[in-house]
Ligand binder design. Structure first.
Ligand code: GTP
Ligand code: MG
Length: 195
């Protein structure tokens, strides 16, 4: 995909703050700190368009980005961060759920899983949920640069098995540091608009 333009649009918490245009959206979901914001920057060749942080819980609102005036990337708040209060966990949960269940122009959800770890119960729930609502679900295994080459297949198998993915379900390992997997991911994203 050739990026002609990309810009941050708005940070939203409630529905009335979402952009009102009719543009299709691709959302990124995953645990806090898994690399959602970094992936957006990597895909768009921008260092700091989406705010990233080594402290989990950086993105606490839904952030909308406009790409080529054709579609939006939607950076969702991360789930599963232990060090926040029960109340704010519930609030984040609601923010994510409201978006995912009500947004009609949402065409696909990319779910990010850290390639080093077995998907958590919440990851499995999220993936099931994505499928339940009729999305294909693109799984992106992040931080590929952090494991040895010899560990790759083993970790990929673990993720596929834990999420109960079928053979035809898509999993793409990527690194936002060295950009491995970028072309393949763009190809898959491009295909979601073609059908
Ligand atoms: P929240 O906003 O808290 O939900 O986190 P996030 O999923 O947006 O994660 P973010 O992109 O902020 O990245 C978290 C940390 O992981 C940062 O320190 C990033 O530099 C690091 N990181 C993200 N992607 C990669 C990657 O592919 N490789 C390596 N080595 N580090 C990464
Ligand atoms: Mg983030």
């Amino acid at each position: 995909m050739k990026i002609r333009s990309c810009e941050f649009m708005i940070s939203a918490v409630s529905r009335n703050q979402y952009p009102t245009n009719e543009i299709p959206e691709i959302a990124l979901a995953g645990r806090s700190n898994v690399g959602k914001s970094s992936l957006i920057n990597m895909l768009l060749n921008r260092k700091k368009l989406a705010r990233t942080s080594s402290t989990p819980g950086k993105t606490q609102t839904i952030n909308f980005y406009m790409i080529n005036n054709e579609f939006h990337f939607v950076d969702l708040p991360g789930y599963g961060y232990a060090k926040v209060s029960k109340k704010s966990k519930e609030e984040w949960g609601k923010i994510i759920e409201t978006y995912l269940t009500t947004r009609e122009r949402l065409v696909e959800v990319i779910q990010l899983i850290d390639i080093r770890h077995k998907p958590t119960v919440q990851d499995v729930q999220m993936y099931n949920w994505i499928r339940h609502f009729g999305f294909k679900g693109i799984v992106v295994a992040t931080k590929l640069d952090k494991i040895k080459r010899s560990q790759r297949q083993k970790q990929i198998r673990l993720i596929r098995k834990t999420l109960e993915m079928n053979k035809e379900d898509i999993l793409i390992p990527v690194s936002s540091i060295n950009r491995e997997g970028k072309e393949r991911l763009w190809e898959v994203i491009g295909n979601t608009f073609i059908q």
